[in-house]
Design a protein around this ligand. Sequence first.
Ligand code: NI
Length: 185
Amino acid sequence: MVLPMYIFGQPVLRKVAEEIDVNNYEGLQELIQNMYETNKKAEGVGLAGPQVGKSIRLFIVDLDVISDDMPEYKGFLHAFINPEILESSEETSSYEEGCLSVPGIHESVKRPVKIHVKYTDENLKEHDEWIDGFLARVFQHEYDHLDGKLFVDHLSTFRKQLIKSKLVNMTKGKFSASYKCKANR
Ligand code: NI
């Protein structure tokens, strides 16, 4: 089932999400499937719980869509439950990001290149590993959502000023997106 996408201005996007009790969260697998479906429909590479109105520490990543350019991500479709970022490399890189909850805005964001992470996957297996490349970038973007942060928060004062009116319009429901949204319309 495709879920409505919560758009910039919806309070749930600014809340710090709650940890999930993996053994006692009813409907977890169904929610993960719905998030995969919702993300695919919107042609995203990742989707976090708060973006579908669930203030829980869960995000999914689908990198299969970019596997034509990056074959190492062929079939990459995973859920990350209660993720943590334990360490980050000093080396950073800048890359253009967008967000399904902030439609129509793309801006370059600087982030660490490598991160040491812990998480539970969709099969409830625990992982502790270093990740890098595109996955590390998407992980950090999605992880931010769980702390009520959005990629636009990382921009310089100058860049923020340039997109301010678009963001204000978004909070009033003035934006366009090709997928089902939850906004102040
Ligand atoms: Ni996002």
